[in-house]
Design a protein. Structure first.
Length: 136
């Protein structure tokens, strides 16, 4: 009889996260400042969009005023980057450097029952639109 196996993180995900000074922990372990429980979300981004996209997401999140390492945050930032492929990465990072992701996610959580990821995505896109350089 076949047993369903537990999803395994891509072997390259821990190495990618380590390059950014991060690590993914199981949800039964307490996270420190550089830890996240978003391993499955990050692995999904890696599988669907590749290492370049995942690295761009991580750079944007970590360049923010107050990084938030929750899965909803990584997903929302990924969505915004996919929505704005024409915007240069350095311009995105400059805009994210002005954003307090932790506070924005708290605002999105307070707006439940609306999905946090989608709410945060709309909030971030609005902020980016206001701060987007005119040449883009």
């Amino acid at each position: 009889m076949l047993q369903a196996s537990k999803p395994v993180l891509s072997s390259s995900l821990p190495a990618i996260l380590a390059d950014f000074g991060l690590r993914s922990l199981p949800t039964n372990q307490r996270c420190g400042a550089s830890d996240t429980h978003a391993g499955r979300t990050l692995d999904g981004l890696l599988d669907r969009h590749g290492e370049t996209h995942l690295s761009a997401v991580l750079r944007c999140v970590l360049s923010s005023k107050s990084p938030d390492l929750a899965s909803d945050t990584f997903g929302a930032v990924s969505d915004v980057l996919l929505f704005r492929p024409q915007m240069p990465q350095d311009a995105l990072e400059q805009v994210f450097a002005t954003i307090d992701l932790s506070e924005q996610r708290k605002r999105a959580v307070r707006l439940r029952p609306w999905p946090v990821r989608q709410t945060l995505r709309a909030m971030l896109d609005s902020i980016i639109e206001k701060g987007e350089p005119s040449h883009v």
